[in-house]
Write a protein that binds this ligand. Structure first.
Ligand code: HEM
Length: 122
């Protein structure tokens, strides 16, 4: 069922998404399986892009101007399901810390799942 209030609004809008994105990348960078991918990445820009992407993907105002996800990840070597699952796991754990309900976390997980083949270039 589609709810009248977007997932973006339920999570707390712009300020919440910004906070979630910062904490999420802190977890990603602390994860030895994932951190090396971000060695040469400007994390302030990355956080801004990811927050804009999540805002759009969760039904908020569309202001994402980054690359499509297939192009953005195409140059990253040896990306597999374990990396994707790790990233989504950190996102879910962050949302839990922010008090997001299990049902809403599952919905975010479904949105993430919908981009798996693009991110992994399949
Ligand atoms: C649900 C899964 C994911 C989403 C929604 C996502 C989203 C994004 C977005 C929006 C960007 C910015 C694109 C741009 O620069 O224009 C990006 C870049 C990037 N992502 Fe992801 N990503 C996901 C999974 C992953 C995974 C699994 C990894 C590897 C561990 C990863 C590593 C990177 C890196 C290194 C960049 C920067 C690339 C560059 O600046 O050249 N991402 N991602």
């Amino acid at each position: 069922m589609t709810s009248a209030v977007s997932l973006y609004e339920r999570l707390g809008g712009s300020a919440a998404i910004q906070g979630v994105t910062e904490v999420f990348y802190r977890k990603v960078l602390a994860d030895g399986l994932l951190s090396a991918y971000f060695d040469d990445v400007d994390m302030d820009r990355q956080i801004a892009k990811q927050a804009a992407f999540l805002t759009m993907a969760l039904g908020g105002p569309a202001s994402y101007t980054g690359r499509d996800l297939r192009t953005a990840h195409a140059g990253l070597g040896h990306l597999g399901d374990e990396h994707f699952d790790g990233v989504v796991g950190h996102l879910a754990a962050t949302l839990r810390e922010f008090g997001v309900s299990d049902a809403d976390i599952a919905e975010v997980g479904a949105v993430a799942e919908s981009v798996r083949s693009d991110v992994l270039n399949r």
